[in-house]
Structure formats: C-alpha cells, structure tokens
Ligand binder design. Structure first.
Ligand SMILES: [Zn+2]
Length: 168
C-alpha cells in the first residue's frame, strides 16, 4: 500500500499493520466476512436489494475508473478472497451461502437462456451438462493440478471452465 502524495497523511502507514497488526483486519476484512462488523459490506452484498447483481455492478465493485476491468470483477470472488485472508482454512469452493444462492437462482437462468445447459451437483462439485458436453465449473483460485484431479475422477470427456468465464 502506497500513498501517492509525497507528504501523505500517513493513512497507509497506519493501515499497513506495522504499528498494530489488527488494524488491517478491522478496517478491511471485518467488512467482508459473515458476522464481521455490524451492518457490514458482506450483509449489503447479500441483501435482497443487491440480488440482481450476478458479478459486479455500480452499487458494489464497479466505477468509472475501473471500467476496463468490469468483466473481471466479481463480488463473490472478493468475499472468497477476504474469507481466505481472514482464515487460511477457508474453503474455496461453491458451498458458501453467496455461491449457493447464485447457483440455485440466477446461474440456472443464465445457463438455460445461454446454451441450454443444466446444472448438476456431484459430491460438492458442480458441472454443466448439455446433450453433447459435460463441463466442470472451476473456481479461479483452484490450482491446475487440483482441477486435473477432479477431471480425472469425473469420467471421460469432461472439460473445465472457470465460473467467471461461464457468466461473462
Ligand atoms: Zn453489485
């Protein structure tokens, strides 16, 4: 974290955790985890007023200055990252409440309208099925070797696609 101004106000030094290692967690992470701060950003993102946002919108991650990256921004992935920053044992899969809501709602509609795929869950792993293809839905934080292991146990002729490529 760096301040642009030569004689900055010192916020970056304060927030970088050198003086107090809990500061960054209190300022940033507690906003983004379930049961973190009261009425935090996590609650806002899962609120019914934000239910139509499939990846990012101007109420959450998008603004004029990051428009080059709008297609890459996904608030659910941001919550995954915050969860991991908060706890190294955080599971990076699609079992979190915010992923489950999405998989059981908007994603099914998107898939049906897009390529007439159906969604299948098998032992906590999700696949897209059509008449001719079966595709593993991969999390972008999974390693290639982890994806390869799942593919090997998924049977023949299964491809993988990252969730952000499926919904963009
Ligand atoms: Zn949004």
């Amino acid at each position: 974290m760096v301040e642009k101004a030569v004689n900055g106000a010192g916020y970056c030094s304060y927030l970088n955790g050198k003086e107090d290692e809990n500061i960054a967690a209190e300022v940033f992470i507690s906003q983004l985890i379930q049961n973190g701060a009261d009425n935090n950003l996590y609650s806002f993102l899962l609120n019914s007023n934000h239910k139509d946002c499939t990846s990012s919108c101007y109420d959450c991650l998008r603004d004029y200055y990051n428009q080059k990256y709008h297609n890459l921004l996904n608030w659910r992935l941001a919550l995954d990252l915050a969860g991991l920053a908060n706890d190294e044992r955080f599971e990076l899969n699609f079992r979190q409440e915010y992923w489950q809501n999405f998989f059981n709602g908007d994603l099914r509609t998107i898939l049906k309208n897009k390529d007439n795929y159906t969604l299948e869950e098998d032992n906590g792993v999700f696949y897209l099925n059509s008449d001719v293809r079966r595709i593993l839905i991969a999390h972008p934080f999974w390693s290639e070797s982890f994806i390869e292991r799942i593919l090997q146990s998924s049977g023949a002729d299964v491809d993988s696609k990252y969730i952000n490529d499926i919904i963009s």
